[in-house]
Design a protein around this ligand. Structure first.
Ligand SMILES: C[S@@+](CC[C@H](N)C(=O)[O-])C[C@H]1O[C@@H](n2cnc3c(N)ncnc32)[C@H](O)[C@@H]1O
Length: 295
């Protein structure tokens, strides 16, 4: 991230969600009516263009040609995660959103209004988000607490406890779109913290296939993507080999339940159309629960 600036990739995700949400109601894979409020120039211009008849379709296909697979992957995983949270609602007492960016679930999902939501993020992104939220809501939603943390430097648990996080509550931890920008140490210590959450807690996180760091050309559509990430100051720095993930998590007190690549989570929502989508297959979504066979 560029110092003093909100995460550009967080804003890109908001753009993809805003574009999808501008499609006719019955055709939307995900629906995030707040996403557009977090956009700045030139993304605001994209949304203006999308409001012209045929504009949204054109904008989406332009993005898909230039950065293959990224938009459809974000859209499908947004919906996947919305559905996972909705399905877990009866088992959850609090939710922690790590690297929340412009995630609006706390404000748009009714099921989350009944639980404490802790939005953890880098101070530079969080300050920008809170400014927009202040404009959107005359009164700050009382179920949301903000915790400003740099995963590479700060103590996560201190910040969370100060904000009212309860160690004994069953927690849903969401860590979407972040591990790939961190150091190995930052991922390690955060996952160790996740592994110490109360019994019954779950973690849903994304990661990238490690090979994309060393052999990007082995994956479709990475050239423009890596150049854009470079310009945004948000280079890919950390990945894992899917075959290693169960062991890696177990060593940190977590059991892997599910691990799917973009091709699979796209297929769940785009159906047959997903088979023609290329790119971003290295971007994976994993679900784990706290506890291992060995306790
Ligand atoms: C791609 S965005 C993902 C945002 C959101 N979770 C989503 O899926 O739309 C990456 C997020 O990671 C956060 N981030 C990156 N490096 C971080 C760090 N060292 N400490 C805390 N947050 C960080 C950024 O502020 C940003 O919100």
């Amino acid at each position: 991230m560029r110092e003093g600036h909100a995460s550009r990739t967080a804003e890109q995700n908001a753009l993809f969600r805003a574009l999808e949400s501008s499609r006719p109601r019955g055709e939307r894979i995900c629906d995030d009516p707040l996403a557009r409020h977090f956009l700045t120039w030139p993304f605001t211009l994209v949304m203006r263009f999308a409001a012209i008849p045929g504009g949204a379709k054109f904008a989406a296909s332009f993005i898909d040609r230039r950065w293959p697979g990224v938009r459809s992957s974000v859209v499908a995983r947004t919906r996947w995660i919305d559905d996972a949270i909705a399905a877990a609602q009866d088992d959850v007492e609090q939710i922690v959103i790590l690297g929340a960016g412009f995630d609006t679930r706390a404000y748009r999902m009714a099921v989350l209004r009944a639980v404490d939501v802790f939005e953890v993020d880098h101070p530079d992104t969080q300050v920008a988000k809170r400014r927009v939220l202040q404009r959107l809501f005359s009164e700050a939603p009382s179920h949301v607490r903000f915790v400003a943390v740099d995963f590479k430097r700060d103590d996560l648990i201190d910040g969370l406890r100060r904000a009212g996080y309860r160690d004994s509550a069953r927690t849903f931890i969401l860590w979407e779109g972040v591990t790939n920008y961190l150091t190995e140490n930052a991922v390690d210590s955060t996952l160790r913290w996740c592994g110490r959450a109360s019994a019954g807690s779950r973690l849903l996180f994304t990661y990238i296939h490690r090979d994309v760091l060393t052999r990007p050309s082995a994956f479709a559509g990475t050239k423009n993507l890596l150049a854009s990430l470079d310009r945004a100051g948000e280079r890919l720095t950390f990945g894992m080999d899917p075959s290693d993930v169960p062991r890696y998590l177990a060593a940190r007190g977590l059991s892997l339940e599910q691990d799917v690549g973009a091709a699979e989570y796209r297929e769940r929502y785009f159906g047959a159309a997903a088979r023609t989508m290329r790119g971003h297959e290295f971007y994976r979504l994993a679900v784990a629960h706290v506890g291992t066979k060995h306790g």
